[in-house]
Design a protein around this ligand. Structure first.
Ligand SMILES: [Zn+2]
Length: 256
């Protein structure tokens, strides 16, 4: 997978954990030398580089079931401990995924909100980027971001409206678009991708885990915005650098 991504010109990747059961894999990724966070920290010439994060995804926030509404707090404490311990080689650079998913099948809305707010507060405390998943919960998303401001909020697979973008920018939002923009039926995402200012635009391949397809997303975004694909590649690369690589640099300089 990494070879295919490199061949397609992908220069870096952000990998995230979503629940305690997969955080271990993220740590392994960071310990794998040439394929992990260590390479970043040791300044090795590795392409693509991988930037790591862990979080408690809204799908995996335990619902209370009327028994114990604070069960998510145990997992969150583990997460805090991982971040605190990890100050040397295998540092987790960002927090996420976290967020809100109010699709009907989820019954843990209250716990999702509490857990999301806790991630935002921790991101502010540690000065980390936080990657956010939001489905059918934009009203509460904005309210919680107002109450719990975080330094950089990366809204992955942005599915909110075009109109909401200026408000989310005030709340330090960045907007990432994936393969949905390639689908002519995805009218909302395609309208939003045109409205995002250059310095807040990102692209991703989340849905099928094949980073090499990033170039197809870049092409679709370029076409919608009416600019050359090289321009989209350059500006989204620079924006990703700002979000993820500058975190490595400030970490290396002992700021965190
Ligand atoms: Zn997500």
């Amino acid at each position: 997978m990494l070879e295919r991504a490199t061949a397609a010109g992908v220069a870096g990747m952000a990998v995230c954990g979503t629940s305690p059961s997969d955080w271990a894999q993220v740590f392994q990724c960071s310990e794998a030398g040439s394929t992990g966070g260590l390479a970043v920290f040791q300044g090795l010439e590795v392409s693509p580089q991988i930037y790591l994060g862990i979080g408690l995804h809204p799908w995996f926030v335990p619902a209370d079931g009327g028994i114990n509404s604070k069960e998510w707090k145990d997992s969150f404490q583990t997460l805090e401990a991982c971040l605190a311990e990890d100050k040397t080689e295998a540092a987790m650079l960002w927090l996420g995924e976290t967020g809100l998913d109010f699709s009907e099948r989820f019954t843990n809305r209250i716990e999702q909100e509490e857990c999301f707010a806790a991630h935002l507060d921790l991101a502010r405390e540690l000065d980390r980027t936080v990657t956010v998943h939001c489905v059918q919960a934009w009203g509460r998303m904005v309210e919680i971001l107002r109450e719990h401001p975080a330094p950089n909020v990366m809204l992955h697979a942005y599915s909110g409206s075009e109109e909401l973008i200026p408000e989310l920018i005030k709340l330090n939002g960045w907007f990432s678009f994936g393969e949905a923009v390639m689908n002519p039926k995805a009218k909302r995402a395609r309208a939003a991708v045109i409205a995002v200012p250059d310095d807040r635009l990102l692209i991703e391949t989340d849905s099928d885990g094949e980073p090499g397809k990033l170039i197809d997303v870049a092409r679709a975004v370029a076409e919608l915005r009416g600019v050359p694909v090289e321009e989209i590649a350059e500006l989204t690369f620079n924006n990703a650098q700002t979000l993820f690589v500058s975190a490595v640099e400030s970490f290396n300089h002992g700021i965190h």
